[in-house]
Design a protein around this ligand. Structure first.
Ligand code: ZN
Length: 214
């Protein structure tokens, strides 16, 4: 899984993954594929195979459940990710975190740049780091460029929670995990999150755990 692959073997790897129906296995932190650069997508998978791979990513993201999934998280070192967030959260959380619904999207060869200097710090988690969440300060607004699954150019500004999701997923394609950017003193188990840190902002957690908030 950690050796360079030619075009044929990448397609073969994806074919093998898709041979089993249902959600794909998600790899966890410690797997080198999560730390390597990914190959830009330029047709390594033909159109039908790409469509099947994207559908498998979607099924896997839904089953997890999660709001984004990058190809390296299923062991495939290609610059492709999917996002979708129905945002089933209380109104107060929606307002404070900007967690508006994000329709399903495929990001091919995405990259982002900050728009303005505003930052937003909230707890987030990752399907490849199961059981934990931590506070990450991220750009509140980003411009995302790349393509969609049909090769059409993508150039769009994201704000609120969708901005956080596209940064998190694009970072995966550069071998970066959210923990690399997190306030490590905020690291909280899912149990602690459910019992203590359900407030819309991490201010109380910052005071109690001793980490700075931008
Ligand atoms: Zn992740």
């Amino acid at each position: 899984m950690a050796t360079p692959r030619d075009r044929a073997s990448l397609a073969e790897q994806v074919e093998a993954l898709l041979a089993v129906d249902g959600p794909l296995p998600i790899v966890a932190a410690g797997e080198p594929v999560l730390r390597r650069d990914t190959e830009r997508f330029d047709g390594q998978l033909d159109a039908p195979l790409l469509a099947r791979f994207v559908e498998a990513l979607r099924v896997t993201m839904h089953a997890a459940p999660g709001v984004g999934l990058a190809a390296p998280q299923v062991g495939v070192a290609l610059r492709i990710a999917v996002i979708e967030d129905p945002a089933p959260v209380p109104e107060e959380v929606r307002l404070v975190r900007g967690r508006v619904p994000q329709p399903f999207r495929v990001l091919v060869n995405p990259s982002y740049e900050p728009v303005g200097s505003d930052r937003a710090a909230f707890f987030e988690g990752c399907l490849s780091v199961p059981g934990w969440q931590a506070v990450v300060a991220r750009s509140a607004k980003v411009r995302l460029t790349g393509q969609d699954e049909h090769g059409r150019a993508l150039d769009e500004v994201f704000t609120g929670w969708p901005a956080r999701i596209v940064q998190h997923e694009t970072d995966h394609l550069d071998g970066t995990l959210y923990l690399d950017r997190a306030e490590l003193r905020s690291l909280s188990s899912n149990e602690a999150m459910a019992q203590r840190w359900t407030q819309p902002t991490p201010e109380e957690a910052a005071r109690a755990l001793g980490f700075p908030l931008a």
